[in-house]
Design a protein around this ligand. Structure first.
Ligand SMILES: *[C@@H]1O[C@H](CO)[C@@H](O)[C@H](O)[C@H]1NC(C)=O
Ligand SMILES: *[C@@H]1O[C@H](CO)[C@@H](O)[C@H](O)[C@H]1NC(C)=O
Ligand SMILES: *[C@@H]1O[C@H](CO)[C@@H](O)[C@H](O)[C@H]1NC(C)=O
Ligand SMILES: *[C@@H]1O[C@H](CO)[C@@H](O)[C@H](O)[C@H]1NC(C)=O
Length: 708
């Protein structure tokens, strides 16, 4: 493999340290001219999703969600932009109406779009709209919800997902669900594990893949038959739930990935890449039976000769390196591309000419796009700073992408490639510009230091609103979850660092060992080491900050973490007294009790083992925060929700008991209607407000609070 040198950054510690600890004064505004980015503005920003390029590559449609605090109401509508005219041409293709949810737009032809909506029908159904006169037509009238539309002109079919019972149609499944709901007893019997996942109990129905035949006469779209369940004839354990899917270029087949169901599902990650006739007339054929790990992101080459997907080789390891597998349809042979590349791509698509792949790769603090020339193995980075997502190729040398950074939520951009192989990026949509332009968003600064194992570890810094290098500021030390993930220069609708920077905190974020953006060895190193290397990185990173940044107030450091980050809060409570206060959202308390109650056993088993095996038990004990509760002294605020089935609420109840029983100041915020993350905007406001109240009172900082 050759690695093109364009855009290849990794900056060296000493040079970057100077910048981050002596920030450029010109990067700060006249504070009288910018407002704070506060939580109320945050929840009311517009959120784009599902952009789709028209077949003639002139228009883009996307769905846009917006919430309004005054009415406590939200809605999602379709927006249309003409790429030849730019953002001035943007229009509401469907009206924005509270509680209306127009989603999942796909182009049927250059002036007709199909999308999902309820709009008075019995469930989420398929509608079409004309971009010429905005006339809306209802295409289906199922009583069972459909989602995730994909259309192929060659197939003459729309593919979608619907949650059905074994052997039942969409409408029969809706009736069956109602019959069960009407039974006198609500008791549900289970015979095998994987009884719940994330925030829901797994009953007998499954999200299956359907296709429905449609005709199109000059924009008049009609169904010409009933939907067929593509995976109904699967010969393995019933219940495949396809995630990504697309039709083959000739429309004859449909390609998809799906996790294998069965008795071992809770502790295995095996996922198939499947190939079925588009009309479901024969059973799915699995293309990757030679693997037992997770597989994702399958895509067909436009020339119809090959298929590519991302494949993990290690059974049961959900954060294994994604190998890029190229499959030759004619010969059935598989080739692993870029075998020496040490990072793990998270998405893959073909270029128009089938000669290259576009890979999404977490690369340090960026989610970057790379172009891989298949025949030479040369990788070239196409994107600059920020988090990029590939949408579509627009011309031979331009690509439609989504971009977000710590400073703005997802917008559409165009990447253009010059003859010198350089790439330029230009913004296309500016949905929140009028609001964002008035506000302060700290630029993204970063520094590197030598952490555990003497590896280079990267950290990001965001400066507080009103920053003056002559003053000191409390430090908001934000610890990521995962642990096999990392913070990046990207927008978040969960933990948005700029919200806390705007409340007067110096926000500092360390991408400790275990993160997924620094090569596979860095990710793998956290196995059996939840309490060791990350803790060492976090302590060293804080030392480096406090000894170099005179504006960081060493006596006022608060630590904040969710999920694995919450585990780390519990771990730190037994290992250091250096934090003024801490916030723990959905954190693990006893690795042993969490093992027995969590949904995805494979995650716990890969990272720690099985607690009744004596040698594994030692690994659990070595990393278990519960063993150190006698030493807990730091005031801590716990947050947990009823529907968190990843880290069940008993973990925070246990940690709260520990501090309450020892007379240490502590607080518990409980959400009866939320899960591993907080979604409903009023709950988001309450959540952020309580966090700010806690860290504000401990650091003597005036903060925003929720008045409702
Ligand atoms: C859709 O189905 C419902 C019954 O589930 C029926 O009342 C309604 O008339 C149907 N609408 C159309 C457009 O066929
Ligand atoms: C990208 O980030 C680096 C620091 O990581 C910074 O030096 C550079 O100016 C940034 N580039 C742009 C275009 O913002
Ligand atoms: C990219 O931008 C630079 C500077 O504005 C310009 O010189 C170059 O021609 C551009 N390249 C492309 C492919 O647009
Ligand atoms: C740690 O790594 C640095 C380079 O990042 C090197 O200069 C130093 O010698 C290493 N220290 C040890 C103990 O290996």
């Amino acid at each position: 493999m050759k690695f093109s040198s364009l855009f290849m950054l990794p900056s060296l510690a000493s040079t970057v340290l100077a910048d981050v600890f002596n920030p450029d004064p010109s990067s700060f505004p006249d504070w009288s001219k910018v407002s704070k980015f506060d939580p109320e503005i945050y929840v009311q920003l517009k959120r784009m999703s599902s952009p789709a390029l028209s077949p003639n590559r002139k228009n883009v449609v996307y769905s846009q969600y917006q919430y309004n605090i005054g009415d406590d109401a939200s809605g999602t509508n379709l927006r249309l932009v003409d790429l030849t005219k730019g953002f001035d041409s943007v229009m509401d293709l469907t009206d924005y109406i509270y509680k209306q949810g127009d989603s999942s737009p796909v182009w049927i032809d250059d002036s007709t779009i199909a999308f999902t909506a309820v709009r008075g029908s019995p469930a989420s159904n398929i509608f079409t709209i004309s971009t010429v006169d905005q006339k809306i037509t209802q295409l289906t009238n199922f009583t069972n919800d459909v989602s995730g539309l994909v259309y192929s002109k060659e197939a003459g079919r729309i593919a979608f997902i619907s949650k059905v019972y074994q052997g039942m149609s969409l409408d029969q499944s809706a009736d069956e669900r109602q019959r069960i709901a009407d039974l006198p007893s609500s008791g549900v019997v289970f015979h095998k594990l994987f009884v719940r996942h994330w925030d829901e109990w797994i009953y007998q129905d499954r999200n299956q893949l359907f296709t429905i035949p449609v005709s199109n006469n000059n924009g008049v779209v009609k169904t010409t038959g009933d939907p067929v369940n593509i995976v109904a004839s699967y010969t393995g354990e019933w219940g495949l739930e396809p995630d990504t899917y697309e039709f083959s270029p000739d429309g004859k087949n449909i390609l998809y990935s799906a996790k294998i169901e069965g008795r071992e599902e809770a502790w295995q990650t095996d996922a198939g890449v499947f190939w079925s006739p588009a009309d479901g007339s024969s059973a799915p054929v699995r293309l990757n039976s030679n693997f037992k790990g997770a597989a994702s992101s399958p895509a067909c080459s436009p020339d119809g000769s090959s298929i590519v997907w991302l494949q993990m080789a290690t059974p049961g390891y959900e954060s294994d390196q994604n190998q890029v597998i190229l499959y030759n349809i004619k010969s059935g042979s598989q080739t692993r591309l870029i075998p020496d590349f040490t990072r793990s791509p998270s998405s893959v698509s073909f270029s128009d000419d089938s000669a290259s792949l576009i890979l999404g790769i977490n690369y340090n603090i960026d989610e970057a796009l790379f172009k891989l020339d298949i025949s030479s193995g040369t990788l070239t980075r196409m994107s600059g700073n920020g988090s990029f997502g590939f949408v579509s190729q627009v011309s031979e040398d331009s690509y439609l992408v989504t971009v977000n950074t710590l400073q703005y939520p997802t917008s559409l951009f165009m990447i253009s490639c010059g003859s010198d192989q350089s790439y330029n990026t230009s913004q296309i949509t500016f949905e929140n510009k009028d609001v964002l332009d008035r506000l302060w968003f700290s630029p993204t600064y970063n520094f590197w230091f030598n952490g555990a194992l003497n590896d280079s570890v990267q950290a990001m810094v965001l400066y507080p609103y009103g920053f003056d290098p002559e003053c000191t500021y409390p430090v908001f030390y934000l610890i990521h979850g995962g642990p096999q993930s990392s913070w990046n220069d990207g927008w978040s609708w969960r933990w948005n660092p700029n919200l806390y920077a705007n409340q007067g905190f110096l926000v500092v974020i360390v991408n400790f060992h275990g993160g997924d953006a620094y090569g596979q060895a860095f990710t793998d190193s956290i196995r059996h080491n939840w309490g060791t290397y990350p803790y060492e990185d976090l302590m060293t990173g804080l030392d480096v900050l406090l000894s170099n940044a005179p504006f960081a107030d060493a006596d006022n450091v608060v630590a904040v973490g969710a999920s694995y980050g919450g585990y780390m809060i519990n771990w730190m409570n037994g290992h250091t007294n250096r934090f003024k206060a801490m916030v723990n959202h959905d954190g693990g308390f006893s690795l042993i009790s969490k093992y027995y109650a969590s949904d995805e056993l494979y995650f716990n088993e890969h990272d720690m083992g099985i607690p009744w095996i004596p040698s594994d038990r030692q690994i659990y004990e070595k990393n278990n925060p519960e063993r150190f509760t006698a030493d807990w002294k730091t005031p801590t605020f716990f947050i947990h929700s009823h529907y968190d089935f990843r880290v069940p609420i008993s973990e925070s109840l246990s940690a709260f008991t520990t501090l309450q029983r020892q007379g240490v100041d502590s607080k518990l915020l409980y959400f009866p209607d939320e899960s591993h993350w907080i979604s409903r905007p009023p709950n988001v406001l309450k959540w952020v407000s309580e966090i700010l109240e806690w860290v504000g009172s401990y650091t003597d900082t005036d903060v925003w609070s929720y008045t409702s």
